[in-house]
Design a protein around this ligand. Structure first.
Ligand SMILES: Cc1cc2nc3c(=O)[nH]c(=O)nc-3n(C[C@H](O)[C@H](O)[C@H](O)COP(=O)(O)OP(=O)(O)OC[C@H]3O[C@@H](n4cnc5c(N)ncnc54)[C@H](O)[C@@H]3O)c2cc1C
Length: 470
């Protein structure tokens, strides 16, 4: 009965039906149709859309913000985490990610990961911080839009996905809240790149939130500071390194003292400033624990607290950190940095044991060496690996259970928590996006579900498109 009512409702151009007081009926004001619909234009989504459109299928990319990049731009996350082997010597996340970085370099908007030396660019951290990509936020946005345009992606900004219709294990339509009412987009294949698995959840795909028992990693609002004396900061760093004074290098004693004095009510142990191309520094030191990144009210509160923390941190830097005596707040991100929400249950879930031991799969889509780190209140928990070999992610981790015409790429793909804590960083998200977009186009061209494409053909196509799969 409910199904008939929904069908009737859609036939009449309404997004929902029912006459309960807590439901609303809204007319659909515009419709679109395409082969591949990518929802969410962060690192995973923009890669998926560009790689799909390049294969000649009609691709729409729907994004709720007014720019592409997700956390990398609206969240002001920087730099792009490691895309190399742990020693920083060989770039292993390549393919479309490498092309994107090269395009930013050509526009003077990035430093190649193999040229980013340990120093202020990497916030002085050796472990896990080789092979970073320092980049400019504006250049990232423009590069993403240019490449979308060249590939023929139809970009639709200011569309917030709110609901999916499903029938016979397939998504049949996606609905978006817009300033101009409800818009409906239909596609042959849907790719969920919302970071939160919004589309998958709406379509009934099973998922896990955080650790599965309510625990969730901390969130952080990024911001920048200007007027930093780089020479003084670097000199302090060198001095501490010479004296093996790790705590001094990261001002850990000062943070403790400031916390005791009531000047630093933030659960961070170390300073973390990353030098940008324009001489400003990105600061990753704010922290909100237990924020549910799916709840707008909690996100709002955390953003407000994040800006309060930014002011506190600037005060701390001016008082304690050499070279920061005259620093000032540059800008704060417009969007809270949410590390963790949903991870879908896929046809395969990459386990921590797989990643620890570099298990090989028949359908690898990329390999990486990012560290598995879980951000908790007051500490970061590192999960050790048993080998230095890169580890792999299989195509099946992008294929959700229950729904046959959908792929999920980025922070909400199918991996155990420690693995997602590693592959959620931006370069692996690019790699997942490339695989999802390529696979979606193959599925459309062959008239089959993404679950039925030839994964050998996918792997050889990815390799031909520059993906490094030794
Ligand atoms: C505090 C913090 C620090 C980090 N530090 C680093 C770092 O130093 N280096 C690094 O490489 N990575 C870092 N990361 C990780 C990285 O930024 C993200 O995990 C990565 O951007 C995820 O990419 P994504 O494409 O899956 O999702 P996102 O970047 O979150 O992009 C998702 C996109 O989908 C859109 N969207 C979401 N929901 C909807 C909807 N319902 N309708 C329409 N659009 C929607 C969003 O607006 C966004 O554009 C950090 C993350 C956090 C939170």
């Amino acid at each position: 009965m409910k199904k008939i009512a929904i069908l009737l409702c859609i036939a009449t151009g309404l997004i929902s039906c029912g006459n309960k007081k807590d439901e609303i009926n809204l007319p659909i004001t515009r419709t679109f149709d395409c082969d591949v619909l990518v929802i969410g234009g962060g690192p995973a989504g923009l890669s998926a859309a560009i790689c799909s459109a390049r294969k000649g299928v009609k691709t729409i990319l729907a994004e709720r913000n007014g720019c592409l990049g997700g956390m990398a731009t609206s969240g002001m996350v920087a730099p792009l985490m490691s895309s190399t082997t742990p020693d920083g010597k060989t770039m292993i996340i390549r393919g479309f990610f490498e092309e994107f970085v090269d395009s930013m370099i050509a526009a003077n908007g990035a430093i190649h990961p193999l040229k980013s030396e340990i120093g202020s660019l990497t916030a002085y951290r050796d472990k896990g911080h080789h092979g970073l990509t320092t980049f400019d936020y504006e250049c990232f946005k423009k590069t993403a839009e240019d490449l979308c345009k060249q590939a023929g992606v139809e970009l639709l900004y200011h569309l917030l996905f709110v609901k999916a219709d499903t029938e016979d294990n397939k998504v049949t339509a996606a609905y978006f809240a817009t300033k101009a009412g409800i818009w409906k987009i239909t596609a042959k294949t849907y790719i969920d790149c919302t970071g939160d698995g919004d589309v998958a959840e709406s379509a009934g795909v099973p998922y896990i939130y955080g650790d599965g028992n309510g625990d969730i990693q901390a969130s952080s609002l990024f911001f920048t500071v200007r007027n930093v004396n780089k020479a003084a900061m670097d000199a302090h760093n060198e001095e501490c390194k010479k004296n093996n004074d790790f705590e001094g290098q990261f001002y850990m004693r000062e943070i403790l003292a400031a916390r005791e004095a009531g000047e630093f009510p933030i659960w961070r142990q170390k300073i973390a400033l990353f030098e940008n191309l324009d001489g400003t520094y990105t600061v990753n030191m704010a922290q909100n624990d237990s924020v549910n990144g799916l709840d707008p009210k909690q996100i709002t509160d955390a953003e407000i607290t994040g800006r309060e923390q930014a002011a506190i941190i600037v005060k701390f830097l001016r008082k304690y950190v050499k070279g920061c005596e005259n620093c000032e707040l540059g800008s704060t991100a417009e969007q809270l940095g949410v590390r963790e929400t949903r991870r879908i249950e896929g046809e395969y879930t990459v386990t921590a044991e797989d990643a620890k031991n570099s298990v090989k799969y028949p359908d690898p889509i990329f390999c990486c060496a990012n560290s598995m780190d879980i951000h908790r209140k007051g500490r970061v928990e590192y999960v050790a690996r048993n080998t230095n070999e890169p580890y792999y992610v299989p195509y099946r981790a992008l294929l959700p259970k229950k729904i046959d015409n959908m792929l999920v790429a980025g922070r909400c793909a199918s991996a155990e928590r420690p693995v997602m804590a590693a592959i959620r960083v931006i370069p692996p998200c690019f790699a997942m996006g490339q695989a999802a977009g390529t696979a979606a186009a193959m599925a459309v061209k062959n008239g089959v579900s993404p679950k039925k494409i030839d994964s050998n053909e996918l792997v050889s196509t990815l390799k031909a498109d520059g993906v490094y799969l030794p």
